[in-house]
Design a binder for this molecule. Structure first.
Ligand SMILES: NC(=O)c1ccc[n+]([C@@H]2O[C@H](COP(=O)([O-])OP(=O)(O)OC[C@H]3O[C@@H](n4cnc5c(N)ncnc54)[C@H](OP(=O)(O)O)[C@@H]3O)[C@@H](O)[C@H]2O)c1
Length: 315
């Protein structure tokens, strides 16, 4: 299988066309011709070698862990998917990625694409919507009327989490720069905190916080949570050390690091939200799946200013 990846960790100059060995399909796997791949911060963090504590890869490594495409082969035990189906998925991050012409994935991670979406729109959804759903619903158990704070509302995670939290009936506050206030309000945010303007204190206000930023924002969020509130942090790698806070012990907060799990059942639920008009993918930038395209996509995402999602498309 051919794709864009690396043979060693480093900056964007290390990106190249790489070829990885193919294997015969196992009974529970499907082979997908990839049409589009979402770009996430984890892609360039892995390229830079920042996540070596958590993942050890064989090189060459095809990057990207968010895809949409067409099924071209199914294993003999797969009953839920057929050749010709348009699908979207987040494959296992420990394995080869989606910046490729095709990929082999266990069928239990693959779901039919939401109707009416392009491949690019569908590829923008899996990783961020699985993360938001698993943080808000599985860990947070957020319910109607609860007050949630979503840090970084204008990014890939934030734009998705705002819409999922609103679909759950929560009252949503989010943070962003003043230039993106109207953008996050249009997605459904009830209240917006501009991090570049003076902030009123929010002590003991929120039932749930989704932390995408770590550091000072994480510490502020601890003060802003109600006693017994919940905080899901997704910042950093699974094995990175987390900040220690005595205030979180005093307030008896429940804090958990959430790392996205691939899951077709969750993706089916996300497809329903799209079909009900409660969730729409926000694609702000598209690049061709080429070495140059990936370099531009990574540089853009590394700037920290991405609105919604960046997607790579196979021509
Ligand atoms: N654990 C997991 O499973 C998991 C899964 C997905 C992502 N993540 C991590 O979660 C983080 C966010 O991911 P993402 O895809 O949302 O990233 P992203 O799309 O690259 O985020 C960019 C956005 O962050 C906003 N931002 C930057 N600094 C901010 C601040 N101080 N306060 C509020 N907003 C700020 C920017 O808004 P402005 O331009 O307005 O500043 C921009 O819109 C990354 O570190 C990523 O690695 C973890």
């Amino acid at each position: 299988m051919k794709g864009i990846g690396i043979e060693e960790y480093g900056d964007i100059s290390k990106l190249k066309i790489v070829e990885v060995p193919d294997h015969k399909l196992r009974p529970d796997e499907v082979r997908v011709a990839i049409r589009a791949s979402g770009v996430n911060p984890v892609d360039w963090k892995i390229r830079e070698g920042w996540l070596q504590r958590s993942f050890s890869y064989d090189f060459p490594l095809i990057l990207g862990w968010d895809g949409a495409g067409k099924i071209i082969e199914v294993g003999e035990k797969v009953s839920t998917l057929r050749v010709g189906d348009d699908v979207y998925f987040r494959p296992e991050i420990e394995k080869q990625g989606t910046y490729a012409n095709q990929i082999i994935v266990p069928a239990c991670y693959v779901s039919l694409m939401p109707e009416g979406l392009s491949y690019a729109e569908a590829a923008a959804l899996p990783l961020v919507s699985l993360t938001a759903l698993q943080a808000l619903v599985e860990f947070g158990q957020v319910i109607e009327g609860q007050k949630v704070l979503l840090l970084g509302g204008s990014g890939g995670i934030g734009t998705t989490a705002i819409q999922i939290a609103k679909a759950l009936g929560a009252h949503v506050t989010t943070t962003t720069s003043s230039s993106n206030v109207d953008f996050v309000r249009a997605l459904g945010a009830d209240e917006v905190i501009s991090y570049d303007r003076p902030t009123i204190p929010y002590h003991d206000c929120f039932d749930f916080v989704l932390d995408t930023l770590g550091g000072k924002a994480y510490m502020d969020a601890i003060a802003w949570l109600k006693p017994y509130g919940k905080l899901a942090t997704i910042f950093g790698g699974p094995d990175d050390p987390r900040p220690i806070s005595t205030l979180s012990d005093e307030k008896k907060l429940k804090i958990e690091y959430v790392f996205t799990r691939p899951d077709a059942a969750n993706l089916n639920h996300i497809a329903q939200l799209v079909q009900m008009g409660k969730l729409k993918p926000i694609v702000s930038e598209m690049y061709p799946l080429s070495v140059k395209g990936v370099q531009r996509a990574h540089l853009s995402n590394q700037s920290g200013r991405t609105k919604g999602k960046i997607v790579l498309v196979n021509n």
